[in-house]
Design a protein around this ligand. Structure first.
Ligand code: HPA
Length: 274
């Protein structure tokens, strides 16, 4: 059995009658969002076949199963980054496991640096599109036709209907939700001011070191993707000095607003507006 199928089976065994419908990924400093999950049960990544180790501080490395706004969710608390040295193809396993366990929707969260002064630290930005700056993909290699076709259409990488539901949830919760294009940088170094100026010309609104590989895997296997970035800093050259500590601190400060947005969003998945 392929690792993602074995992991999906373990997830379904752990979920019992509550098979997950929505998968979630929590970004740097955003682990606290999982505290809002009702009736949680956890599966350490070490018990899930094919799940790579998640090493970055601020990431705990477990799957949390339970309900959010009455919907069964499976939440990856701790993610993998290409800069840790993983084989990119290995990063596909957790997302494929969620899909195989029944998640048709994937909600990705991440920390990001802002290229726009009017989108300061603490802001929430919904991703409307992305730029794959490293030009790398976890889909390189043999294609698993059982999961998806060789050539994935990314015309709507971030599902337009889900974007509408995020807007609605933000408005209902009186939260400001910015929108923009996320540019993936490999990291682990932050960008130079010259790179940030170049990225602004390319049409980027925010930069980060995650999300894009996960979106590629999810779209390949037909999941609908929504993504929200927590702006933890202004990008290089727009503020003095950047650090991972600042990312973690700003992330945890914004976690309550993000949690409110996510709960409202998930509610719209079961109660579509008329
Ligand atoms: N650059 C890249 N990744 C990030 C940043 C940044 O400024 N902030 C949070 N993640």
């Amino acid at each position: 059995m392929s690792p993602y199928r074995a992991a999906a089976k373990r997830i379904l065994d752990g979920a019992g009658a509550r098979s997950p419908k929505v998968g979630m990924i929590l970004g740097s400093g955003l682990s606290a969002v999982a505290d809002a999950i009702d009736n949680p049960s956890t599966l350490p990544y070490t018990e899930l076949e094919g799940f790579p180790d998640a090493k970055v501080s601020g990431h705990t490395g477990q799957l949390v199963l339970g309900e959010l706004a009455g919907v069964s969710v499976a939440c990856l608390q701790g993610r993998w980054h290409a800069y840790e040295g993983h084989d990119l193809a290995d990063l596909a396993v957790p997302i494929r496991a969620l899909k195989t366990a029944g998640c048709e929707t994937l909600l990705i969260t991440c920390a990001a640096g802002s290229l726009r002064a009017e989108m300061p630290p603490g802001s929430l930005m919904m991703l409307t599109d992305h730029i794959n700056w490293p030009g790398l993909s976890p889909l390189v290699g043999p294609n698993d036709d059982a999961l998806g076709s060789r050539f994935t259409d990314l015309s709507h990488a971030y599902d337009p209907a889900l974007q509408g539901q995020l807007r609605e949830a933000a408005s209902d919760a009186s939260l400001e939700l910015h929108e923009g294009v996320y540019l993936w940088c490999l990291g682990p170094s932050f960008e130079t001011p010259a790179e940030i100026r170049a990225f602004a010309h390319l049409g980027a609104d925010a930069v980060g070191m995650s999300t894009v590989p996960e979106t590629l895997v999810a779209r390949h296997c037909g999941m609908a993707v929504a993504a929200v970035a927590v702006i933890t800093n202004l990008a290089a050259g727009l503020q003095s000095g950047l650090s991972h500590e600042q990312t973690l601190a700003a992330g945890s400060q914004a976690a309550p607003q993000l949690t409110r947005l996510i709960k409202g969003f998930i509610k719209t998945l079961v109660e579509p507006s008329s």
